[in-house]
Design a protein around this ligand. Structure first.
Ligand SMILES: [Zn+2]
Ligand SMILES: [Zn+2]
Length: 364
């Protein structure tokens, strides 16, 4: 039988601006696997870095990587031995896969806590990603999505990151007899906005900081979700929140110096969660004795969080369904650009008011 192929994006890791469209193989559907038609792929900073040649590794034995890790797909074929899946079902493949050593964390389904660091990630390292028309994947690594989420389920993957970061920190904060009530989110990109929606839906008071004007889309989404938006370019965080401290702070700006300002706004028993990998080598002079004192004397918690396990994806699906009712019309507004596959590199271009650009890989 002739091998199947489809159109996809390929990059040569380590080489800048190598993205091109080419024919890529479609694996045969194996037992326990799903054949997926890729509908949409969300683009983020990781894809930019991969196209700049700064990041990414192809699967063993291949000289190119298919990028794309935030996706929405449609089931078009169901492998033998699988029940419960049907053609037409919507599905989101999980990004990270267990390390070959199957370490104690990966063996428990917590590849997001992998102990060896040898995990593979679809579209990032060691596994082809979703910027191709068709792909197969094992059903164990595919999350089902209700059809009612067709217009926003491409946000499941970025939201899974937020579900983990906030869910686990709120669990850690149960050490305090008083539940957290107020939160500060720094950075109104997709992660910051999704964190804002999550915290608002949990009934918390949320202050979201960015450097865009109050009329900007980011500010309007935050305000519509009931958050207080602060434009750090016209007023400072410190002025806008004078007299206030926060029980929880989420750093999602990817600008490291901001984390110390967020730290300065933490109250007693509060936690600061870092979700962004920051670029560059900013240096800052800080009073580490004061920082130490505050962390100790105020029972403060500093948490780093990356990636997500399967249950964070299912939590993301459940929250998107709830938010459709809770925040009517808001979720699709986070998708600020739609590009066909051949315009993938246009989707990488940043604009100050852009939130989540999406590549429409194949039309439904
Ligand atoms: Zn991403
Ligand atoms: Zn592992």
């Amino acid at each position: 039988m002739e091998a199947q192929t489809c159109r996809g994006i390929a990059v040569t890791p380590g080489k800048a601006n190598s993205a091109r469209i080419q024919s890529v193989p479609v694996d045969e559907l194996g037992a326990g696997e799903l054949m997926l038609r890729v509908l949409e792929v969300g683009i983020c900073g990781t894809d930019e870095e991969i196209n700049e040649g700064l990041y990414g590794a192809p699967p063993t034995g291949m000289d190119y990587l298919v990028p794309g890790h935030e996706s929405l797909t449609e089931v078009v074929g169901v492998g033998s031995g699988l029940t419960g899946w049907q053609p037409g079902d919507l599905a989101v493949p999980i990004v990270r896969r267990p390390c070959p050593e199957n370490c104690a964390a990966c063996a428990r389904g917590r590849w997001d806590m992998c102990l060896t660091g040898d995990y593979r990630e679809r579209g990032i390292s060691g596994l082809q990603g979703m910027l191709r028309e068709r792909m197969t994947d094992h059903a164990d690594f595919v999350v089902r999505v209700p059809k009612t989420l067709r217009d926003c389920a491409v946000l499941v993957e970025p939201l899974s990151i937020v579900e983990k970061a906030i869910g686990e920190t709120l669990r850690l904060q149960r050490r305090s007899p008083v539940p957290p009530r107020s939160a500060l989110v720094t950075g109104a990109g997709p992660i910051g906005l999704l964190a804002t929606l999550l915290l608002r839906s949990r009934g918390m008071e949320v202050h979201l900081l960015d450097r865009r004007p109050k009329e900007s889309l980011k500010a309007r989404i935050a305000t519509a979700a009931g958050a207080n938006y602060i434009d750090d370019s016209t007023t400072t965080l410190e002025d806008a929140t004078k007299g206030l401290t926060f029980d929880l702070a989420i750093e999602a700006s990817g600008y490291a110096p901001l984390l110390f300002r967020a730290l300065g706004k933490l109250g007693r028993n509060a936690a600061l969660v870092l979700t962004g990998v920051t670029a560059g080598h900013h240096s800052l002079s800080i009073d580490v004795d004061l920082m130490n004192q505050e962390l100790v004397l105020e029972n403060q918690l500093l948490v780093g969080s990356v990636n997500a396990a399967r249950y964070h994806y299912t939590a993301a699906v459940a929250d998107l369904s709830r938010w459709k009712k809770r925040f009517p019309g808001l979720l699709p507004q986070l998708i600020t650009g739609r590009y066909p596959l051949e315009r993938f590199t246009d989707a990488l271009q940043k604009s100050p008011d852009g939130i989540k650009p999406v590549v429409e890989v194949s039309q439904a």
